[in-house]
Design a binder for this molecule. Structure first.
Ligand code: GLV
Length: 309
């Protein structure tokens, strides 16, 4: 019985240590060094190569090493009968909230404009709106989206959410489904994409949707690169419909050197670090799911493969 970590090209020694800290008896192997593939019952995957999962005939559970699972759903060789779980972790939610808050505040408080003034030794006060008039729209009100929205709401922004289906009651308005998307966008000065990537959400950040935002809105994409139609972002920035964008995720990662986003004055970028899973805080649920998978108990954070999250 063993756990296989499949995260090609990464040093996963911190994951091995964190799993052992929760259960020192666990046998943890790191792909491709798997001695007995038939003994692997639990696979922990991030960007695993297609075709690798069928090498383990006795898998009882496949876990993403992150919150997203599209790398697993997109793999046609994934054994469909094996349940999929993902990580839902407080440290991950907090880290995402910090990133989004930093992105919104940086733009709202005009730090970039002040750096430009500083470079010209200009002492000049710039106007800013009242925080309560600024609409922050969170697309995707799952575990992470709700947490981020709540933090921004508590901070004083005029927050609203958008999601596919109605979930619980929130302190802020949540618009639901395609029918309410336009209303949601019309009151959103900062559009934050925290959606899962599914066939319905792919390309959702497009020119038609940008044009439904108030002029000069700002985009933060921390979902997946394929949510965004890249040419539409460039045209919306060039004509001023969008005033800027902060992007953490890209269609191709690492972003190719010749990509036009690198040098664009209105685009700020980070290399998919908005919220990186912390082994120390996430190991507990992985070990719990490993034992649940072996004993047949219900799994934590089970993915609904039909819904795609
Ligand atoms: C990061 O992108 C994750 O899915 O955890």
């Amino acid at each position: 019985m063993s756990i296989a970590i499949i995260d090609p090209g990464k040093d996963v020694s911190d994951w091995v240590a964190a799993l052992h800290a929760h259960d020192s008896a666990l046998k943890v192997e790191v792909w491709p060094e798997i001695a007995e593939p038939e003994k692997v019952e639990f696979a922990l995957c991030w960007n695993h190569p297609e075709g690798v999962l069928p090498q383990f005939p006795n898998l009882k559970c496949i876990s993403s090493l992150g919150a997203g699972i599209n790398h697993l759903l997109n793999d046609p060789s994934r054994p469909p009968q094996v349940p999929l779980v993902r990580l839902v972790d407080n440290a991950l939610k907090q880290s995402m909230a910090e990133y989004v808050m930093a992105g919104v505040l940086e733009h709202f408080r005009r730090f970039k404009d002040y750096r430009q003034l500083q470079s010209r030794t200009q002492w000049k006060e710039l106007p800013i709106p009242d925080i309560s008039t600024l609409g922050v729209g969170i697309m995707g009100c799952g575990e992470i989206g709700r947490y981020v929205a709540q933090k921004l709401f508590n901070f004083g922004f005029s927050v609203c959410g958008w999601s596919r289906t109605r979930k619980g009651r929130e302190k802020f308005p949540v618009y639901v489904g395609n029918g309410e998307l336009e209303t949601f966008l019309s009151r959103t000065d900062f559009l934050v994409c925290l959606l899962p990537l599914t066939p319905e959400t792919e390309n959702i950040l497009n020119r038609m949707r940008f044009d439904q935002l108030p002029a000069g809105a700002y985009l933060i994409n921390v979902g997946r690169g394929s949510h965004l139609v890249e040419a539409d972002l460039l045209s919306a920035l060039d004509c001023g419909q969008l005033s800027g964008a902060l992007l953490d995720v890209f269609r191709q990662e690492p972003l190719p050197e010749q990509h036009p986003f690198w040098g664009h004055s209105k685009i700020a970028m980070t290399p998919h670090i908005a919220s990186v899973t912390n082994p120390d805080s996430a190991a507990e649920q992985i070990v719990a799911n490993y034992h649940r998978a072996l004993s047949g108990e219900p799994l934590l954070n089970l993915v609904d493969v039909e819904c795609g999250y």
